[in-house]
Write a protein of this length. Sequence first.
Length: 115
Amino acid sequence: MNSEYTFVALALTERGFIKLLYVVMVVNITLIGDASMEPSKKPLNVLTKRLDTYIMITLKNGVEYRGTMVQCDGFMNILLNGASEHIDDKVTANYGNILVRGNNILYITIDVPHK
């Protein structure tokens, strides 16, 4: 499966998270999927069908990020637009665009109400 991905310039925030600075280039990458799963139920396919949807990402450390999912890749790295950081259900920071690294994600909630 060929997909188009955007490589970006990133910066580390004071809290140790990555913030998007600007887009560098676009290339085609071939992804290898799990052939044993029905295509519509693969986690990556579920996410890519919901691009431009407001989501909530809960990290393993309990911090939540909410924003519009712009892009995701095979490692579950997710680019959020208009992102806000929430701790204990309170907004602690507002960011423009952020990239959340996939291996830090505990779970993703799709179609959450805007707060």
